[in-house]
Design a protein. Structure first.
Lengths: 114, 110
């Protein structure tokens, strides 16, 4: 089972460049989300989606865009990268039929912005 | 959201039981207690969750105090693979928004 797949695993960008972090899940989960993890800050929610065509902001949405055109994919776009966006990014998904169904996480994308 | 308090770090020896505590004195009556762990260089993974009764699964046990103001994650026989950061989390909203604290870094010695 693939679960949640994130690509790329590592990325280095220069300030001002744009890129898209990819996230795909094969579990037919309605809910998908993006977190960033910084030392001493825990995981913080960036954006989330409860189904195709529906997205909403989390705690730290500035500088990031998302869209959800299919159930399987939830890409995260950085339009103009800044050094403050250097972080490890995690995508997660879950089904919504049961409130306490677990979140499934990908293995992360480590992004460095110079 | 209700807050959780965990020790910053704990140590254990391989094959011994580990009890990871979590305080959540402001928990509400409908908050579930969830535990996740994060192995080095990996995303968090679900461990267990419960509401009032103690819970067991293949990974761990969750002991919940009668007043629900604290809980303990129990690893019955620690292995080196259990070395990770363990997060105690309350209240997964209907949209699955988890608020992660700092967690407990568990070190397992051979």
């Amino acid at each position: 089972n693939a679960g949640v797949t994130q690509t790329p695993k590592f990325q280095v960008l220069k300030t001002g460049q744009s890129m898209t972090l990819q996230c795909a899940q094969d579990m037919n989960h309605e809910y998908m989300s993006w977190y960033r993890q910084d030392p001493g800050m825990g995981l913080r929610l960036i954006h989330y989606s409860v189904g195709a065509g529906i997205t909403d902001q989390g705690e730290v949405p500035n500088g990031y865009n998302v869209s959800r055109s299919t159930t399987e994919d939830f890409p995260l776009r950085l339009l103009s990268a800044a050094p403050s966006q250097t972080s490890v990014y995690f995508c997660a998904s879950r089904g919504v039929q049961e409130l306490n169904s677990p979140l499934h996480f990908g293995n992360g994308t480590r992004l460095t912005v110079t | 959201d209700a807050k959780t308090t965990q020790p910053n770090s704990m140590e254990s020896n391989e094959e011994e039981p580990v009890h990871l505590p979590c305080n959540h004195s402001t928990i509400s009556g409908t908050d579930y207690i969830h535990w996740y762990r994060q192995l080095p260089s990996q995303g968090p993974e679900y461990v267990i969750h419960g509401l009032t009764s103690n819970v067991n699964n293949r990974m761990a046990s969750l002991a919940i105090a009668e007043d629900r103001k604290s809980s303990t994650l129990i690893l019955h026989r620690a292995t080196l693979r259990d070395a990770a950061v363990y997060y105690c989390i309350l209240r997964i909203t209907s949209y699955g928004k988890l608020t992660f604290g700092q967690g407990t870094i568990l070190t397992v010695h051979p």
